[in-house]
Design a protein around this ligand. Structure first.
Ligand SMILES: Cc1cc2nc3c(=O)[nH]c(=O)nc-3n(C[C@H](O)[C@H](O)[C@H](O)COP(=O)(O)O)c2cc1C
Length: 356
C-alpha cells in the first residue's frame, strides 16, 4: 500500500479510536454515576450550624458571586465533559441551552481532539453560538503548547481557560500519557494567555504540596476537583481491564482538598467540583473557600436519564435552596458565608487532626 494512503488510514483509525474513547467516557460516567462513588466527597462529614436569630429577610439574599472580575448570577456552573463526537456535540448543545436558560457558566470538554482534527471544531463552536453571552471555559490538557491553548480559547471565544491535570486517569489508561512534566508548561500558558487560567483536577483532589507548587505559577485559579463524584479510576478500570486492582480509592475528597488549600495558604481563587448534587454541598464548599462550584456527573446522569427539563428543575432547586441556606446562616451574600461555623465529624475530623 502506498505510504500516503497508509498514513491517511492510520490517522482516520486513530481519530475513530479517540472518538470512541470519548463516547465510552460518557456512557460509563453515566452508568457508574452511583456505583463508582466508593465514598462521599467529605461534605457529608460537615454540619452547618443554623442561626436561630439570623436577623435577615430572605428577600435581601443575593446568591451571586464574583470571580476574575466577572459577576456570576449564580455560584454554580456546568463542568467540562465532552465534545468532538456526534454524541458529545449533541450533549454539549443541550448543556449550552440549559446554561443559557439558567444564566450560568459552562465549560466544554477537552478540546485536544479538535486541536488535532480541526474538522471537529464545529461541535465546540456551536456551544458559543448557543450560549452567546455566557461565560465559557475552554479546556485543554497540561501537555498542550501555548499556541494550541490560544487556538482552544479562540475556538469558543472563551472567557477563561481550564487546564486539566489527571495523572491517575492517564496512568489508568493503557493508551494514556505517561509523561507528567507539566508545571513549566502550565506556567508558560498562564503567563502568555490574556485570560484567567485555571488548573483543574478531574476528581482526585489536590494536596498542600500541589497548592504550594501552583502558588509559584501565573495561574489565576484552581479547581480542586476532589473525589466523591465521577471516578475516572473506576471508569478506566471498567473500560479496559475490570480485573485490575487499580487506584479506585486514591485521591483526596472535595472537602479534604478545600481544607488542604486553606492549610497551604493558597492565594489563588478556588473552584470546587466533585460529587456536587445538592445546594447544601454548594454552601459548604463556599464556606470552605470556593468562589464557584461546578458539577458534571450529576448533570450528565440526569440529562441522559431524565432529560433537559429535569436538569433545569434540579438547577432551579439549587438556586431556591441556596437562598434558604443563606437565610438560615444569616448571610446576605456569598462573602458573609465565611463567618459561618461548621462541625466536622468522622473521617474528615481525622484528616484535619493529621493535616493541620
Ligand atoms: C463524561 C465525562 C467526561 C469528562 N471529560 C472531561 C474533560 O474532557 N476535561 C476535563 O477537564 N474534565 C472532564 N471531566 C471531569 C469533570 O469536569 C469533573 O471534574 C469531574 O467529573 C468531577 O465532577 P463530578 O463529580 O461532578 O462529575 C469529565 C467528566 C465526565 C463525567
Amino acid at each position: 500500500m502506498p505510504t500516503k494512503i497508509k498514513k491517511n488510514i492510520d490517522s482516520i483509525s486513530e481519530k475513530v479510536k479517540y472518538q470512541h474513547r470519548k463516547d465510552e467516557h460518557l456512557s460509563l460516567a453515566q452508568k457508574y454515576w452511583h456505583d463508582g462513588r466508593l465514598s462521599g466527597n467529605g461534605l457529608e462529614n460537615i454540619r452547618l450550624i443554623p442561626n436561630t436569630l439570623p436577623e435577615i429577610s430572605m428577600s435581601e439574599v443575593d446568591i451571586s458571586s464574583q470571580l476574575f472580575d466577572h459577576h456570576f448570577e449564580k455560584p454554580f456552573y456546568i463542568e467540562a465533559m465532552t465534545g468532538g463526537t456526534p454524541r458529545g456535540d449533541k450533549i454539549n448543545a443541550q448543556l449550552a441551552e440549559i446554561a443559557k436558560n439558567q444564566h450560568i457558566a459552562m465549560a466544554v470538554g477537552s478540546q485536544s481532539i479538535a486541536l488535532k482534527y480541526p474538522e471537529l471544531e464545529a461541535g465546540f463552536t456551536k456551544v458559543r453560538e448557543i450560549h452567546k453571552n455566557g461565560f465559557l471555559f475552554a479546556n485543554i490538557g497540561a501537555n498542550i503548547g501555548v499556541e494550541e491553548a490560544k487556538r482552544a480559547v479562540d475556538m469558543i471565544d472563551a472567557d477563561a481557560l481550564e487546564i486539566h491535570v489527571n495523572v491517575i486517569q492517564e496512568i489508568g489508561m493503557p493508551d494514556g500519557d505517561k509523561d507528567f512534566y507539566w508545571l513549566d508548561n502550565i506556567n508558560e500558558i498562564a503567563s502568555l494567555i490574556d485570560l484567567p487560567v485555571i488548573v483543574k483536577e478531574v476528581g482526585f483532589g489536590m494536596s498542600q504540596r500541589t497548592f504550594k507548587l501552583l502558588e509559584e505559577t501565573a495561574v489565576s485559579g484552581i479547581n480542586v476537583g476532589g473525589s466523591g463524584g465521577t471516578n475516572f479510576a473506576w471508569i478506566e478500570k471498567h473500560r479496559t481491564n475490570p480485573f485490575s486492582l487499580f487506584l479506585d480509592e486514591q485521591g483526596l475528597s472535595l472537602a479534604e482538598s478545600l481544607i488542604e488549600a486553606e492549610y497551604s495558604h493558597s492565594s489563588k481563587k478556588l473552584i470546587a467540583t466533585g460529587g456536587i448534587q445538592y445546594a447544601d454541598q454548594i454552601v459548604k464548599s463556599q464556606i470552605l473557600g470556593a468562589s464557584l462550584v461546578s458539577s458534571a456527573g450529576d448533570i450528565l446522569f440526569n440529562l441522559v436519564e431524565n432529560g433537559a427539563d429535569y436538569v433545569e428543575l434540579i438547577l432551579d432547586g439549587w438556586s431556591s435552596d441556596l437562598k434558604r441556606f443563606y437565610t438560615l446562616l444569616g448571610a446576605k451574600k456569598w462573602s458573609d458565608l465565611r463567618n459561618s461555623e461548621l462541625i466536622y465529624s468522622g473521617q474528615l475530623l481525622d484528616f484535619i487532626n493529621q493535616r493541620k
